[in-house]
Design a protein around this ligand. Structure first.
Ligand code: NAD
Length: 420
């Protein structure tokens, strides 16, 4: 299951402000700006679900398709008690930019169901998922809109999505969903793709500061799916993980922590607390550590106006979505910290989802090595395109990533010859 996080209620406002800033930077056509400020389609559905006690509970679900000018919509489905249509709309918009920045041929979409999956049985969750997919059947499809896992949804749920859609079509449609089990067409390399992608952009960011990756000191917040894969892969390249934290607190070792020992410990104890391979530190201390790279890979809004001035890392790579508030971002940039923004840094996951979709459509499968090699090509290329855009527009990497993404979507709209 993904991190149990919620976004601030003004999340759509933030997304629109980011679009406005990018539009100003690239002098975006006002008609295109107006179009991109609204989702193409937003569907709200009721999902009657048979509960284990014999009652029927009617849940509310959403699917928002922000844009499909560059290709079908792509984006996860989250199950959370606080999901709102506004939040899903903002997340769909961010998916448009994320896909555009790494130049994969998708637009952005997102889905959500207001529910508490931790309070539901597997059978109830399956019933809810299958009914939700039936309600979306008219608007999703391998060439229209391809869902994926997000907060509190996983590969098992994606298996039910694939099965429900396929049953309605009358034949197997693996390309309807990504992040599904390998047994029904999931991709090798998907599980570690986001962490691996973060390693590739970290390596490129370090080069811009002439810091060799061998021996680079890394501090990492979050040791879940993303953080643990990142830690393992960057240490294989010779970097030194000096600190790591999770919801329980953190651990520091100036000589470097053993990722395999950390993995074994967290597998057994679920959290880092009590790990004996270093000194305990708090999350706040970790963010302020003297190091080369800081990777927030847990939650949003952890770097704020209050603590951004304490950051002593020379490079910050945003593994999590939205870990830096806009105020904190300005503090970091003013202090000459090189920030790799989330829409670029953690796009490895959606990139390998794209590879999974390609494999499903072609009905042929790539080796893990092939998946990793192609991922490296996409991430390294995207990093340098954003870096070049930052130079061209005389701005930072975050503004550049947004500007490049919006430029690409606007370019697709222009090439299609229509703004409608
Ligand atoms: P996860 O649930 O597997 O791991 C989350 C980690 O964050 C855990 O180690 C948890 O203990 C830690 N954490 C939770 N609350 C914390 C707190 N208050 N302080 C410090 N640490 C805390 O989730 P994940 O899939 O690794 O996702 C992490 C982030 O990356 C999220 O922002 C997610 O949206 C983003 N992301 C994930 C993917 C993906 O492929 N999984 C892709 C893109 C972006």
């Amino acid at each position: 299951m993904a991190a149990d996080v919620t976004r601030p209620t003004n999340v759509l406002e933030s997304a629109l402000r980011q679009l406005d800033d990018a539009a100003a930077l690239i002098d975006l056509d006002p008609d295109v700006h107006a179009k991109l400020s609204k989702p193409r389609r937003a569907l709200t559905v009721s999902i009657p679900t048979h509960m284990d006690d014999g009652s029927v509970q009617v849940f509310t679900g959403f699917r928002v398709q922000h844009n499909m000018d560059r290709g079908p919509c792509k984006g996860g489905i989250r199950y959370h008690p606080c999901v709102t249509l506004e939040e899903v709309t903002a997340l769909a918009m961010w998916m448009t930019w994320k896909c555009a920045v790494v130049n994969i041929p998708y637009g952005g979409g997102k889905g959500g169901v207001i529910c508490d999956p931790h309070a539901m049985s597997d059978r109830e969750l399956e019933d809810l998922t299958r009914r939700f997919v039936s309600e979306l059947i008219e608007i999703i499809g391998p060439d229209r809109d391809i869902p994926a896992p997000d907060v509190n949804t996983d590969q098992r749920i994606m298996g039910w999505v694939m099965d429900t859609y396929s049953m309605q079509m009358g034949y197997s449609v693996p390309a309807i969903v990504t992040g599904k089990p390998i047994a029904i067409g999931g991709s090798l390399g998907r599980a570690k793709a986001t962490g691996r992608g973060i390693v590739f952009v970290t390596r490129e960011a370090l080069k811009t500061r002439a810091i060799p990756i061998e021996g680079a000191r890394v501090a990492l917040q979050g040791f879940g799916k993303v953080g643990s894969a990142f830690a393992e892969i960057i240490c294989d390249l010779g970097a030194k993980l000096v600190a790591v934290s999770d919801v329980s607190g953190g651990v520091f070792n100036d000589g470097g922590l053993s990722v395999s020992d950390l993995r074994a410990y967290t597998l057994e104890h679920e959290v880092i607390e009590g790990f004996g391979g270093g000194e305990p530190i708090t999350n706040a201390e970790l963010l302020a550590l003297e190091c080369d790279v800081l990777v927030p890979a847990a939650l949003e809004n952890v770097l704020t106006a209050e603590n951004a001035g304490d950051v002593r890392a020379r490079v910050v790579v945003e593994g999590a979505n939205g870990p830096t508030t806009p105020e904190a971002h300005h503090v970091l940039v003013d202090r000459d910290v090189f920030v790799v923004p989330d829409i670029l840094a953690n796009a490895g996951g959606v990139t390998v989802s794209y590879f999974e979709w390609c494999q499903g459509i072609q009905k042929l499968f790539w080796s893990e090595r092939e998946v990793d090699r192609r991922l490296e090509g996409v991430m390294v290329n995207a990093f340098h395109e954003v870096h070049e855009c930052a130079r061209r527009l005389n701005t930072d990497m975050r503004n550049a990533a947004m500007a490049l993404a919006v430029e690409r979507v606007a370019g697709a709209i222009a090439a299609r010859g229509a703004c409608a």
